[in-house]
Design a protein around this ligand. Sequence first.
Ligand code: NAI
Length: 426
Amino acid sequence: MLEKPLTSHIRADGVPLTLREYELQGGYQSVRKALLNMTPQAVQAEVKTSNLRGRGGAGFSTGLKWSFVPLDAPKPKYLIANADEMEPGTFKDRLLLESAPHQLIEGMIVSAYALQADTGFVFLRWAYHTAAKAINTAIAEAYQAGYLGQNILGTGFNLEMHLHTGAGRYMCGEETALLNSLEGKRATPRAKPPFPQVSGLFGRPTIVNNVETLCCIPHIITHGAEWFQKLSLTADAGTKIYGVSGKVRKPGLWELPMGTTLRELIEEHAGGMQDGLSFRGALPGGASTDFLVRDHLDVRMDYPSVAAAGSRLGTGTVIVLDDKTSVVGFVRNLIHFFAQESCGFCTPCREGLPWIEKILQAMQSGDGRKDDIPMLELHTRLLGPGNTFCALAPGAMEPLQSALKYFREDFEAYIREHASLEPITV
Ligand code: NAI
């Protein structure tokens, strides 16, 4: 059976399969199995047993999240594929969207059936033009084949599906800001609770799942929860699309068993560091995670193992820091992104991120002061969990706080030696 189920249908040239080609490779089998032979409750139970955890970054149990949707609530009910992939260093959903659009649509049909949702949206990052074309074509083909629309496969189940492209803001990927954006409002996050599962789009029960998460669903239903669990090396089930970027020999994406070590990712799959450079640290899952360092190279890249090492698996797309890149510049670059992308709704995030960027910039231009480090540390607390409305600013604090922990001497050197340090290479 497939060892790399999510990428098994992807052609070497990346051109997506037509619906017919996809069907010939086993595509849409899970729609037939679920709609014709399983109750929505049975589909939900299979997903819960599979131990699938959300691949967008938070790792929340998918089966548990689905269970909060009241099955007997009147329609409309919504299922949304969160394809607003904008976490720095993260490009895994792009691969699935551009090269395997039918897999996502199949996953959405089965998921919508399990939730008894009647409307699906793919909320796509504005810049993903190739993906938009692929998804639009695949939706049209699925309507034509009778997998979408009214009375799907003669079962009485109805599902309409739409592609919606975002306005190009990071904030739109936060699930409640996404809902506001889809409703035509400013993309600011909403208070939780109520969670979208109960009161989401236009106040109706709504599930927002990441693209990679939804792409796991057809395989869980076709091959079973136990098979899915066994794909992994650890208790976190399935495979994971890992990525590596930074100054490695072969940056890229690989579907591997969940629990593959950081060392294997960097040294085997990414080909190790480029000539003349050595590994200094890495953000394991996009920019809003804490650094792992050399001592963590044998950490298994699953949710609990990375958490035990003091970080988060996040999106599982690793950003590598080498020994010739300025840590201060590296972190400033990330803070610049988060400051730009703050929705401005809450004060610590709106005011704090540009303030931090200013301090880091001053350090880089030789104007660093002795009390900058305690000031940065204070900000990591002020912008930390519990002090802001959503996870943007606390996420932005993760690389900063861990850089201050592991690479403190770099910050001190900037202040001590002012601008005489190596030029910034980020
Ligand atoms: P979260 O932990 O608050 O929620 C995750 C999911 O679980 C949500 O769907 C939420 O509704 C559900 N959930 C959590 N607690 C619940 C409860 N008590 N009852 C019912 N449902 C509950 O995380 P959040 O803020 O949605 O996402 C943060 C993550 O997103 C970060 O880990 C970050 O790595 C990632 N991220 C990914 C991006 C990307 O481009 N893929 C971009 C930005 C952030």
